[in-house]
Design a protein around this ligand. Structure first.
Ligand code: DAH
Length: 345
């Protein structure tokens, strides 16, 4: 036994010395395998146990355990030290290399315009609201007084989500899921959630099955405005819109209201713009927005009393505004992610 004990102590001391001498993490691992591996020295010592007289086994076993623990602890310490060292050294700094330039990114021009729009309306007391891109037919059409036979609801004009054909609305009508065709459904969400008065702008992405060309895309941005209070009138609508456009595009911007039809406003108008930028490009008036006085039917859908409350609403195309502001004549440029284009803004 004393022979074996000596062997074991020597094994432990040799191991500790080799651990201390290991030059790097790989050498250290080799030492670990040699001593603590499945076929290592410590395991070999344990395998001698059954050859010993019964009464000597516990003492020898305890000694072998101690050796194993001492080696494992030393290995672990050394490993931690190597790792810390590796973190500290890393690649050397070469001061003779030319510096690496950093490019500063910037918001996309569409985002820049949305930020500006939100800022201007913010000064006019409008909060920002948000709604889902995936809507139900109810919010995109029904609650906006847009009946089932309206052309906008046609499968040719709107992206419906597959498999949503059997959804039923509360009153049993079809309530398929679709990609919203305008930001107007957020009017309904906002009014369902809060009592009047309301003053919100709603920037967001919209989708239509349009043929893609220089002025149409299947995905584009709008922002919606909604102002509900007592005694809101067309004069408020006109004044606020004119103020907004002059703030955004300059004091020489002119705004024209043309009678139009939208199911969710009555009366309704389209807004045309005329600005120095447009004139310099040989254009006269550009249709930029739809608007009107909120149809009392819409108030009924959201539970507002149309006898007490009136409101105006508008929806404008962000890409259209960007094109006027920057003199861009192809909407597709906004979505091609060509940095030579985007870096100009
Ligand atoms: N949602 C309409 C569209 O996309 C635009 C619009 C017209 C919005 C009149 C309004 C509105 O809020 O009152 O063509």
């Amino acid at each position: 036994m004393s022979d074996l004990r000596q062997q074991l102590e020597k094994l432990r001391d040799d191991g500790l010395a080799e651990i201390a001498a290991a030059a790097d993490a790989a050498a250290l691992d080799a030492v670990r395998v040699k001593y603590l591996g499945r076929k290592g020295a410590v395991q070999a010592a344990f395998e001698k146990l059954p050859t010993l007289p019964k009464e000597e086994r516990p003492a020898f076993g305890a000694l072998a355990n101690q050796a194993r623990e001492a080696l494992a602890a030393a290995l672990n310490d050394r490993k931690t030290a190597f790792e810390a060292g590796a973190r500290k050294s890393g690649p050397k700094l070469d001061l003779t290399l030319p510096g690496r330039g950093t490019t500063v990114g910037r918001p996309h021009p569409i985002t820049q315009i949305i930020d500006e729009v939100v800022h201007i309306f913010g000064r006019m007391g409008f909060a920002v609201a948000d709604g889902p891109d995936i809507e139900t037919e109810y919010y995109n059409f029904d609650a906006l007084n847009t009946p089932a036979e309206h052309p906008a609801r046609d499968i040719q004009d709107t992206f419906y989500l597959e498999g949503s054909g059997k959804r039923q609305g509360a009153s049993g009508q079809s309530n398929r899921l679709l990609l919203r065709t305008h930001t107007s459904p957020v009017q309904v969400h906002v009014m369902e959630k809060q009592p009047p008065p309301v003053r919100v702008v709603v920037p967001g992405r919209c989708y239509r099955r349009d043929e893609i060309d220089a002025t149409h895309h299947v995905n584009f941005h709008q922002f919606e405005g909604l102002y509900v209070d007592r005694n809101v009138s067309v004069a408020n609508l006109k004044g606020d819109c004119e103020f907004f456009f002059k703030q955004l595009l300059g004091p020489e911007t002119r705004v024209r209201f043309r009678p139009h039809f939208f199911p969710f406003t009555e009366p309704s108008f389209e807004i045309d713009l005329n600005s120095p930028m447009l004139r310099s490009r040989g254009k006269e008036w550009l249709e930029i927005a739809g608007c009107g006085m909120v149809n009392p039917r819409v108030f009924e859908y959201v539970g507002y009393d149309p006898e007490q409350w009136t409101g105006y609403a508008f929806g404008m195309g962000v890409e259209r505004i960007a094109m006027v502001l920057y003199g861009i004549d192809d909407i597709r440029l906004f979505y091609e992610n060509d940095l030579r284009f985007l870096r100009q803004f």
